[in-house]
Design a protein around this ligand. Structure first.
Ligand SMILES: NC(=O)C1=CN([C@@H]2O[C@H](COP(=O)(O)OP(=O)(O)OC[C@H]3O[C@@H](n4cnc5c(N)ncnc54)[C@H](OP(=O)(O)O)[C@@H]3O)[C@@H](O)[C@H]2O)C=CC1
Ligand SMILES: O=CCCC(=O)O
Length: 309
């Protein structure tokens, strides 16, 4: 097929020259928006803390002072916000995106939220005549920087097709999962597994050390067997040194476990492992580790912290 084939998504988007809004420039939103700017898109940004917009503005992004004004000045607006409360506030609160939307526009929420929040945002967006897509992501800070995220999308198929070239810039793959809520649910199930894996890995590192083994050799052994995971090889060495440089904040992992437990409860699915893991993250959060990487959960299993909890 020729590169000039206008049926290709890339060619369609280039021909359309979409104006892209981006709300929420935290650990994930900043590199995602940066990749769009670097790919030549006309990007307009907003963030609650305005200073985080400056590096993007220096790269050529435009700025608007509210989600409403971003949505009004763009064809499609992405939102990458901390949690259900902020996702709702930015979409439907005062000067929220909804008041800037109209038929022909689209809103793509890439935050990790629960299905109920996503459905609420979707209903309000659709009331304006605009289209809605939920598209939470798997992959952390580095994959966001490298354009290697995995999008778990659901909602308006027409919007999915329209933004596919943008998702392809920010990510390495994308799944379309049907009705709004399915993307949120898939993301929560994935992060429920991840949270339990990290808590279990933490126990193993500490146990190996207590029985006189070298935990760095445990990391090597794990990396070569059936339970190997990139996460263990990536985070294990720094965890052994009690270093937790933030890629995925612990407070967000605990939020995802909380939301996943709610999802499980809604269908009476027992999730005792995730429930136990959630308690360990809650202890870590209550000890002020919420802004550190989620691998800092190991701290809550160290005996000195157990005595103080
Ligand atoms: N970090 C990661 O590895 C991954 C994170 N996620 C998910 O992506 C989302 C964002 O994560 P991440 O970028 O790491 O988080 P950050 O904490 O770095 O960024 C959160 C963003 O939300 C904004 N925000 C928070 N509260 C409000 C509010 N009340 N009103 C308006 N804006 C608000 C922050 O604004 P301000 O700058 O003003 O604080 C910031 O832009 C979360 O849902 C997270 O679970 C998904 C995959 C990976
Ligand atoms: O939500 C955060 C996910 C982090 C990851 O997938 O590595």
């Amino acid at each position: 097929m020729s590169n000039l084939d206008s049926s290709l998504p890339d060619a369609t988007a280039a021909a359309e020259k979409l104006r892209v809004g981006f709300l929420g420039l935290g650990i994930m939103g900043s590199p995602m928006a940066e990749n769009l700017v670097k790919s030549g898109y006309d990007v307009t940004v907003w963030n609650r803390t305005k200073s985080k917009c400056d590096p993007l503005i220096n790269l050529g992004a435009k700025y608007q002072p509210s989600p409403q004004k971003v949505a009004a000045s763009c064809d499609v607006t992405f939102a990458m916000l901390a949690d259900p409360e902020s996702a709702l506030d930015v979409a439907v609160g005062e000067n929220g995106a909804v008041s800037g939307l109209s038929p022909g526009k689209g809103y793509v929420d890439v935050s990790t939220v629960d299905a109920a929040t996503s459905n609420l945002v979707s209903a309000r967006i659709k009331d304006t005549g605009a289209l809605f897509l939920e598209a939470p992501v798997s992959g952390s800070k580095k994959p966001a920087e490298d354009g290697q995220l995995i999008f778990l999308t659901a909602g308006d198929k027409a919007l999915y097709e329209r933004v596919a070239p943008l998702l392809d810039i920010m990510g390495k793959s994308k799944f379309y999962l049907g009705e709004v809520g399915n993307g949120a649910a898939m993301k929560l199930v994935v992060n429920m597994i991840m949270g339990s894996m990290m808590a279990s890995f933490s126990e193993g590192l500490l146990l190996s050390e207590k029985v006189g083994l070298d935990p760095s050799i445990l990391v090597q052994v794990v990396s070569q067997g059936a339970i190997s995971a990139p996460m263990y090889s990536l985070k294990g060495p720094s965890m052994i040194q009690s270093l937790y440089p933030t890629a995925f904040p612990l407070k967000h992992q605990q939020k995802d476990l909380r939301l996943a437990l709610g999802l499980a409860e809604s269908v009476s699915q027992p999730t005792p492992i995730a429930a136990a893991a959630n308690e360990v993250y809650k202890v870590a959060k209550s000890h002020g580790l919420g802004d550190q990487d989620f691998s800092a959960v190991i701290e809550s299993l160290k005996s000195k912290m157990q005595q103080h909890s």
